[in-house]
Design a protein around this ligand. Structure first.
Ligand code: ATR
Length: 306
C-alpha cells in the first residue's frame, strides 16, 4: 500500500507544500511516498475526517491550511500543548496506539497488534517557522515587536515572539480582535513581568505611535495580484529595524521594498513557510529535513509563479 501525505484545505490549488515535500522525498529516495492536495469543501470535511482513522486509509500525515486550522484542532485525539495555546493545528500526525502487554506470549502480541488503534495528533509548526525565520536575523529577547494583523497567522507569531521573550504590540484594523489575542496569551508565564506590559493591543491606524525594533506584517495585504499596497506608511521605517512580511508572493512586497530603501534588515517572508514545513517533515519522519533542497524547490517555484 502506498503511504500518502498531503495538505488539507480549501482551496489548496496554489499550495507550495507539494513542491517542497516532493523535493525532500526525492532527495532521500523515499519513492513510495506521495504528497497530495486534499481540496475538501466544508460540506465534505466531516466525511473526510471520519475516514482518516480507518486502518485502511493510506494517509499518514497531513498539513492543514486555511480554513480548517481551528476546526481540526477540535477534532484530533491528542493536541500538542503549543497548538492548544495558539488555538490552531497545521500538522496532523498519525500514531498507532499500541495496547501494551507485559511479558506477552506470541499470540497475545499478535492480538495486541490487531487491536492497535489509530490516533491523530495535532501540532502547530507555524510558530516554529516564524521563530526560526526571525532568529536567523535577530535576537527576540527584550525586543519591541509590532505585529500587524490579528488573524490565524498572527496568533502563531505572537506566541513565537512571547515565548522568545519579546515585548509584543498587536495592531489591527479591528481593535477587538487584537485585544482577543492579548487575552489569549497574557496568562502565559513568558508574558508576565511586574515592571512592564509585555503584551498590548492597539489600532492599526495609530501605527506611528508604536515604534518597533522588529515589525511583522501578517495580513494578506500586498499579495499578488494586488501588489501596489502596503499597510505601513514609509515614514515608519527606521535604519536597522528588522522587517518581516509573511507575504511571499511576490518575493518582495511593496512593504519590503520600502523597508529596504530605509535601511531595514529584511526577514524573507518565504522562510516561515519553509521552516514550518521543515518541522512537519521532522514530526512525520522523525529525522532531519533536507531544508536546503526544500528551499531551492520553493524558491524555484516562487520565481516561476509569474
Ligand atoms: P489569516 O488566518 O491568514 O491570518 P484572517 O484570520 O482572515 O487570515 O485575518 C486577516 C487579517 O488581515 C486580520 O487581522 C484583518 O483585520 P480585521 O481583523 O480588521 O479584519 C486583516 N486585514 C484584512 N484586510 C485588511 C485591510 N484591508 N486593512 C487592514 N487589515 C486587513
Amino acid at each position: 500500500m502506498s503511504t500518502d501525505f498531503g495538505v488539507l484545505g480549501h482551496p489548496v490549488g496554489h499550495s507550495l507544500s507539494p513542491v517542497m515535500f516532493e523535493a525532500a522525498f526525492f532527495e532521500y529516495g523515499m519513492h513510495d511516498l506521495k504528497y497530495e492536495l486534499f481540496d475538501i469543501d466544508k460540506e465534505h470535511l466531516e466525511n473526510f475526517l471520519r475516514e482518516l482513522p480507518n486502518m485502511d486509509s493510506p494517509i499518514s500525515g497531513l498539513a492543514v491550511t486555511i480554513p480548517y486550522k481551528e476546526t481540526v484542532k477540535d477534532w484530533v485525539d491528542k493536541l500538542d500543548e503549543k497548538a492548544k495555546i495558539i488555538g490552531a493545528v497545521n500538522t496532523l500526525v498519525k500514531v498507532k496506539e499500541k495496547t501494551r502487554v507485559a511479558r506477552a506470549t506470541l499470540n497475545e502480541k499478535k492480538s495486541a497488534r490487531a487491536n492497535s488503534k489509530i490516533q491523530w495528533k495535532g501540532f502547530n509548526t507555524d510558530w516554529f517557522g516564524a521563530k526560526k525565520a526571525l532568529e536567523e536575523v535577530t535576537r527576540l529577547n527584550g525586543k519591541r515587536v509590532v505585529i500587524l494583523g490579528a488573524g490565524g497567522a498572527a496568533a502563531a507569531i505572537v506566541y513565537a515572539c512571547i515565548d522568545a521573550g519579546a515585548r509584543v504590540t498587536i495592531l489591527n484594523r479591528t481593535l477587538d480582535k487584537a485585544e482577543e489575542l492579548v487575552t489569549r496569551f497574557k496568562n502565559l508565564p513568558q508574558a508576565k513581568d511586574e515592571k512592564q506590559a509585555l503584551l498590548q493591543a492597539g489600532k492599526l491606524e495609530d501605527i506611528l505611535h508604536y515604534p518597533a525594533d522588529i515589525l511583522i506584517h501578517t495580513t494578506s495585504i500586498g499579495m499578488w495580484p494586488n501588489v501596489n499596497v502596503s499597510l505601513v506608511p514609509a515614514e515608519y521605517f527606521r535604519r536597522g529595524m528588522v522587517v518581516f512580511d509573511i507575504v511571499y508572493n511576490p518575493l518582495q512586497t511593496k512593504l519590503v521594498k520600502e523597508a529596504q530603501a530605509s535601511g531595514c534588515k529584511i526577514v524573507p517572508g518565504y522562510k516561515m513557510l519553509l521552516y514550518q514545513a521543515e518541522k512537519q517533515f521532522e514530526l512525520w519522519f522523525k529525522k532531519k529535513a533536507p531544508v536546503h533542497v526544500m528551499e531551492k524547490a520553493l524558491l524555484d517555484a516562487l520565481r516561476l509563479v509569474h
